[in-house]
Design a binder for this molecule. Sequence first.
Ligand code: ZN
Length: 537
Amino acid sequence: MEYYLDSILTTARMKFGITMLKPYQILVIQRILEQEDSAQVRHQLVILPTGTGKSVCFLIPATLCKGITVIVYPLLALMNDQMAKLRKAGISCVCIRGGQTKQQRDEIFARLETGTKIVVTTPESLMGTYVMKRLSGFTISLLVVDEAHVISQWGKGFRPSYLSLTDAVIRLRPHQILAFTATATDRTIRDIRSCLFFSRPLIVKGDIDRPNIIYRSYPTLSRTQAVVELARTCTRPAVVFCRTRGDTERLCIRLLMETHGIPVRFYHAGLTREEREALEKWFMDSADGILLSTSAFGMGVDKKDIRTVIHHRLPASYEEYLQESGRAGRDGNTSDAWVVVTSDDMAAESPYSPVLETFRLPRNGQAETCRRRSILKAMGQEKDECTGCDVCLGERKTGMTAQRQIMKLIHRWPFRFDDTVASFLLCGVKSTRLIHYEDIMNPLFGSVQGWNPKAFSRTLERLSSEASMFPVSSLRYLEPTGSGNGKLLYPSGKSLYNAIASLLRRIDNGYRWIVRKTDFLRRRGKSRGGKKVRKPD
Ligand SMILES: [Zn+2]
């Protein structure tokens, strides 16, 4: 035991410049080295949060074990990153990836015959017939699968090669198999086990909490606007996670238009390899950039100083959320993880992501709970104290930007504005339409800051026709007959005939009268709605 500890610490210091190893790192490494000559091996499944030095746990043993170590990564970017790290440490390694010629592959195997001990690859390249045939001729000490949660996440979908890693285990006969992941639910652990391990592995589970990340919710009327506002104010470098490639591109254009001087780029799997590598390099070196990305980016980057992660839309599971938000603050300094939630997300009938449960505004009368505890609970971990979330810090953003102003405007001046004029007024645009009616003197003129009037007008329109949970949903628009200018705003909940009707509804024999009267008023209301009503009061 002593012997191992010594050589572990020396290797860590001499090769990787690490003077202190954490207890769980030593535990995992020691176990690997102890089992090196043992006939009875217990493979390991290591669950440690991002940014806690997972890779050292297999790179140190890789240099100390006698045979070859094969490390499987899901993304090219991760491979490049690891290769650079190894090269810097002066450790010889080879990379087997797509697009290599037979001659290049032969050179790689020649290097393996002459002392190189580390192979970095993807499951697709590893499962190639020629590669498999040549590799199975070597003694494989360790088969390492990094980011192993993708076996469960992508294996059944677009990366079927992940499931065929079972064949790699059979054919390469590695002495030890190690799976590393940052987060894993019971289902993921089951999937990893059935794919890689034929016997019960040892499970090393670290604390998955990232104490330096502060989880925050950003309720908003418009997702895009929220990202613009956050981009202006957040500490950078920042990553914005979007669901679709189109979203990253659209948002990028919007940010370039509205945030002057902030470098912004987008990244997704639809770009060419060269484009992606250039973007990764740009972001790695960037001190104040913003990168809009799909989940394709997340794992590829070992950028330590990302200060803010923003979720434009939430991923489909808590695991993915932790992976993505965990890109922030890998240097251990305080970082923010924002989640943008809209009024539509808050509707009970649209829980498209389970993670929303943690970040949505509370339903009527419910107290809001700590976001950290809620996330950890979903991952099966209990936590007594929170090291920072907007709820515990009392920094919760309760109202949605501009919401109160919209409500005030509609309630005080119903029928007066269509959404274009309302947006001009609230955003403070000195349009002739406002000057003409002296609305420029309105106390709400310019009361909404930071919005683009066009976007605001679109948001107003969307809110009244679609958003089911926003208070405007109780307000209806009237379609003007004839050649009116767009739609008129009016609060149906407040209208006089509703109040009278609700009173009379209590009188049994008044029922028919109400029906008749309501019909009459509705007809009258419709014909009146077509005209411009300037002063309803
Ligand atoms: Zn908290």
